[in-house]
Design a protein around this ligand. Structure first.
Ligand code: DGT
Ligand code: MG
Ligand code: MG
Length: 367
């Protein structure tokens, strides 16, 4: 068939196929969520409804796109790692990024009322942006996720301390900020414990560690679209759970084919939840938060140090660590599970996350 005389305009399109045989990382982030969270009266610093909704939207993305190996979410952002050999949309960047952003955003709105039950829909349409980054090797991939989880640690500790000072301590935001200025993580942990009877390390892992979406075995009858329970880490199936799962209980998990605040330390934080009071004394896990470090700088050494000390600590405290055996179910299928575990450090990548970096069979990509 003859081409129309207008057809030439297609030639103006650019070829944005991404380099082959490297990891594709897509990160989405809420636009202006400082305002969005305030307008929708999010609890400070962590709104469990908002976090679960983010997790649900991310799970939709993973259920739709089989080539995503792992996802990590905190605050208003989510990161999705695609396998090296993905040939989704012939690796065209705009197609991949826009599909992830679009699906995530529509799911966020679609499932809104399941979490914010008192509000039929958001007061205005939420917006997410997205970007793709290519990582050549496992080293960068591991460091990427360490970076994001270190960010969660740093911001959540700051925000928890900040809002404790404001809401319980009666300080003005300005005074709270001044009080925290120059403190390291040990100082904040001690302040929370001695002044607010809060053992930071016992706050929900979902707040402290963010949310990790993995592909694992799940019960065959699990509903891939199930609403995420309010406190995922206390539920059966979660490796963060304190309770042993019952064999036939559905976790936050779902079928597939083949879950703080991001305010810089140096700025005034925006939001807050009442810290949970617990009993035992706090020992700082983040040995690396030095005086005057801006959380936005995220130096590599800082991230690595957090990793090492925290992983050890978690073990000592008897908290769940990556690499533990998943519960066994009789009738299983591959699906998406949500957990709140340490992904900083080798333990995760050698254990539960081992499949993520496993060598891939060479796939012929379309040219
Ligand atoms: P952006 O990304 O440049 O368009 O600007 P924002 O305002 O989205 O800033 P960002 O992404 O650096 O930080 C996320 C904001 O979302 C931050 O102000 C805190 C807020 N936020 C996220 N999750 C929660 C939550 O669970 N509770 C509250 N109160 N705020 C939250
Ligand atoms: Mg944002
Ligand atoms: Mg953000």
């Amino acid at each position: 068939m003859a081409k129309s005389k207008y057809e030439y305009v297609k030639e103006f399109e650019t070829d944005d196929r991404m380099l082959r045989n490297v990891y594709v990382l897509v990160r989405i982030d809420g636009k202006g969520f400082h305002k969005f969270s305030q307008t929708h009266d999010f609890a400070k610093p962590n709104d469990v409804r908002g976090i679960n909704l983010m997790n649900h939207a991310a799970r939709c993305v993973m259920n739709e796109l089989d080539d995503i190996l792992i996802a990590f979410g905190e605050s208003d952002e989510y990161s999705f790692l695609f396998r090296k050999s993905t040939d989704l949309y012939q690796r065209r960047e705009a197609k991949i990024v826009s599909t992830v952003v679009s699906l995530f955003t529509s799911a966020y709105v679609y499932y809104w009322n399941d979490y914010f039950t008192e509000l039929k829909r958001p007061l205005y349409p939420p917006v997410f942006d997205g970007r793709a980054v290519l990582y050549p090797s496992e080293v960068e991939v591991k460091d990427y996720f360490a970076w994001r989880q270190a960010d969660t640690h740093i911001n959540n500790l700051f925000n928890t301390s900040f809002w404790a000072l404001v809401e319980e301590g009666g300080l003005t935001p300005k005074a709270a900020e001044a009080r925290l200025c120059g403190t390291d993580s040990k100082d904040k942990n001690e302040m929370l414990f001695t002044e607010f009877n809060t053992n930071y390390s016992k706050l929900p892992a979902m707040y402290r560690k963010g949310s990790v979406l993995l592909r694992e075995q799940i019960p065959k009858d699990a509903d891939k679209d199930a609403i995420i329970p309010t406190l995922p880490e206390t539920l059966p199936g979660s490796k963060s759970a304190k309770v042993t799962p019952a064999p036939d209980t559905t976790t936050i998990a779902l079928q597939s084919g083949p879950d703080p605040i991001s305010e810089p330390v140096s700025e005034a934080p925006s939001g807050h939840t009442t810290p949970v009071a617990v009993a035992s004394p706090v020992v700082s896990q983040e040995t690396v938060m030095q005086e005057g470090i801006d959380s936005n700088s995220h130096s590599e050494s800082m991230k690595r140090s957090i990793d090492a000390s925290e992983a050890e600590q978690q073990d000592a405290e008897g908290e769940p660590v990556a690499g533990k055996e998943a519960p066994t179910f009789k009738r299983m299928k591959k699906g998406v599970v949500i957990d709140h575990i340490d992904i900083i450090g080798e333990k995760f990548w050698a254990g539960r996350g081992a499949y993520i970096l496993a060598p891939e069979k060479k796939k012929k990509l379309r040219s």
